[in-house]
Design a protein around this ligand. Structure first.
Ligand code: FAD
Length: 290
């Protein structure tokens, strides 16, 4: 089922993100995570793709497991900047064979020069979108950045390219995580001004681990509101308390979004069905799936 149809039909929907294993020996564990997560009945489940080849090998395999074994629509991420067209086309063909309708088309982060030489066949996600469109009737998603992409000179410049990307054929967008809902509301206003009207799924990261959040903030350049900062500082050395506070904050953030008319939230669940389960449980009367 296409995510564009799900976003149109569902009143309120929650989706989850997983990452694939790095090695074949971990495949069984991740499939177990998929099974547990599927029992929560998310609207769809997305599976990431390692830009530098690290975890890309198993993305199609896990997408297939999500959709064809667990019967939840799968969204397969696909990055292009580190790949050749041949490799990218091969993955698209595999997805088609597995009847995966949904692809999140991404450029991927540019690896440092010392990692490996880039094939330089793709520069931006919009080029990947053209290729996907030429290869089948896929529903295509794109990434967007309420606080601006870290490489962009300004949010204004980022929005010019976002508009180009959407016009290339995005059916929906998913946001980078944000911790202050006002940033998202403000961003939605800017999208309207740019005449970007595709559905925008809000990406929420439950912060259950102080080390993880410091790394993410450093990489993404995201703003951590003072309220969150205090929680991370207070509970950094108390893992159980940090986990509980993180789940409470993510729940509260999602309730505020839904109360303000946002109908679709994507949770960066980081292969933690326990965390996802508690958040879904906290929202059980708000998010009802038969
Ligand atoms: P693009 O849309 O191509 O944008 C990249 C930069 O180039 C931006 O600064 C943009 O403003 C600029 N730009 C775009 N077009 C042009 C143009 N024509 N001329 C000049 N500048 C331009 N990474 C992974 O490796 N694997 C994943 O599975 C993954 N999943 C993600 C899921 C989500 C929801 C998000 C938000 C990010 C994800 N990422 C993933 C990270 C993503 O790959 C990086 O943020 C990457 O740096 C940018 O990817 P993009 O698709 O947004 O790039």
């Amino acid at each position: 089922m296409k995510i564009s149809d799900i976003l149109q039909k569902e009143k309120i929907g929650l989706s989850c993100e997983l990452f694939p294993p790095k090695t074949g020996s971990q495949l069984g564990n991740v499939k177990e995570v998929v099974k547990e997560m599927a029992q929560l009945k998310p609207s769809y489940m997305s599976i990431t793709y390692g830009a530098s080849g690290g975890t890309s090998e198993y993305t199609v395999n896990i997408a297939d497991e999500i959709q064809n074994t667990n019967h939840i629509p799968a969204l397969a991420h696909l990055t292009c900047v580190s790949s050749t067209r041949e490799k990218v086309h091969d993955v698209i063909r595999q997805l088609k064979e597995s009847k995966i309708d949904n692809i999140l088309a991404l450029r991927g982060d540019i690896p440092s020069e010392t990692d490996f030489p880039l094939p330089e066949q793709y520069r931006y996600a919009s080029e990947l979108i053209y290729d996907i469109k030429s290869m089948g009737d896929f529903c295509i998603g794109g990434a967007c950045y309420p606080e601006g992409h870290p490489e962009s000179g300004s949010i204004r410049e980022d929005l010019v390219y976002l508009k180009e990307k959407v016009d290339a054929g995005c059916d929906f967008l998913t946001t980078q995580m944000f911790f202050d809902n006002n940033i998202y509301y403000n961003f939605m206003y800017k999208l309207l001004q740019k005449n970007i009207t595709v559905p925008v799924v809000a990406g929420i990261m439950p912060v259950t681990n102080a080390v993880q959040i410091k790394r993410i903030i450093a990489l993404s350049g995201n703003m951590l509101p003072a309220r969150f900062q205090a929680i991370v500082e207070r509970f950094a050395d108390e893992p159980a308390a940090m986990r509980q506070a993180g789940i409470a904050c993510a729940t509260e953030q999602i309730i505020d979004l839904i109360a303000n008319g946002v109908n679709h939230v994507h949770i960066y669940t980081m292969n933690r069905p326990d965390v996802a389960g508690e958040i879904f449980g906290n929202l059980s009367e708000i998010f009802i799936r038969k």
